[in-house]
Design a protein around this ligand. Structure first.
Ligand SMILES: [Zn+2]
Length: 333
């Protein structure tokens, strides 16, 4: 969003102090992602571009347009292609071709490469020369949440701009004012998201709270030693047992574990899941020493996270997660 608004500001027709105005012809074209001097590159499945740079397969074209629609209408929501995605050599080749043309109407041509960490080494190398000698009046912006995954040769030719987490009150306000979220939902969402607005919006929307319920269920079952109940949840949440959801789940479990550790030392003022205090107290009341083993447990969760990222069998991860959670929530003697 910031990258797009920066591009808008560079080209806005309004007085300098009002840029980007969001309403002039240039701003309009940027907001609809249709400015002729705006090049938007992002991770995609194989697009099979023809020599004109058009997407040949109808099914892929439909998804590509749905991605752009999602960006225009709800940029805070993730859109997933059905196939694996990366920033493809063909997309970079097309970008290079477009940069050879002259600028249509803009003061500055704007290139955004979203999630630039998803460029493989070959693609990075193909892009490097362009980055070293960019055409005149062209601003190239790379975005990433994982800077360490970007090739050093690319990184050394950029000027990093870091984003700090937003404060809880800012997130609460955005949720309340722009998404009509009640305070009861906005407060825990702001706390859990740790300053990440996108995550806060996701938590506040109903669809995503499934992962949170799932996490509470697993913690409860592990605390009660209800093995059969756990095997039933494997079935119940079968359709959610996909990489991204399990990563969400692990995030929630980490936060719930932190709350339980706090309750085990009778600190209920600093817990995050303020709306679930009863459930947390219940788990905490039948477990012991959560505070002593929290550090070790968090390391184990981190390891699970890496394994999920590396495509280890998810069923195996779930079973191990349950066993380790039982271990963390040792029964009271
Ligand atoms: Zn404008």
């Amino acid at each position: 969003m910031t990258a797009l608004y920066f591009g808008m500001a560079l080209n806005c027709y309004a007085l300098p102090e009002l840029r980007p105005c969001g309403v002039c012809a240039s701003c309009h074209k940027f907001l609809s992602l249709e400015h002729p001097d705006f090049v938007y590159v992002f991770p995609t499945p194989n697009l099979n571009l023809n020599s004109e740079g058009e997407i040949k397969k109808q099914e892929v074209l439909k998804q590509y347009q749905a991605y752009l629609d999602n960006k225009r209408n709800s940029p805070w929501a993730d859109f997933f292609f059905k196939e694996n995605t990366e920033i493809r050599r063909e997309s970079i080749a097309l970008l290079i071709k477009r940069l050879e043309l002259s600028i249509h109407e803009a003061r500055y041509r704007v290139v955004i490469i979203e999630n630039a960490d998803q460029m493989n080494m070959q693609t990075s190398n193909a892009f490097l020369k362009t980055l070293e000698e960019p055409p005149a009046n062209t601003v190239m912006i790379l975005t990433t949440e994982r800077m360490q995954m970007i090739m050093p040769t690319i990184l050394s030719r950029t000027q990093p701009i870091y984003f700090k987490p937003l404060s809880r009150s800012i997130i609460e306000n955005i949720l309340a004012e722009q998404f009509d979220t009640s305070l009861a939902v906005a407060k825990p969402a702001a706390r859990i998201s740790a300053g990440n607005l996108k995550m806060a919006i996701r938590i506040a929307s109903d669809a995503q709270s499934v992962s949170r319920d799932w996490a509470f269920e697993i913690m409860g079952l592990a605390a009660r030693r209800d093995d059969l109940g756990f095997y039933n949840t494997l079935d119940k949440y079968k359709e959610h047992q996909v990489k991204d959801r399990v990563i969400d789940l692990l995030k929630y479990i980490r936060i719930i574990a932190g709350d339980i550790a706090l309750l085990s030392i009778n600190d209920s003022t600093n817990i995050t899941n303020v709306d679930k205090l009863d459930e947390l107290n219940q788990i905490s009341s039948i477990s012991s020493q959560a505070c002593d083993s929290i550090h070790e447990y968090l390391l184990i969760l981190e390891d699970f996270n890496r394994k999920v990222d590396g495509n280890v069998n998810l069923n195996l991860i779930m079973i191990n997660l349950y066993i380790q959670t039982k271990h963390f929530l040792k029964a009271k003697l």
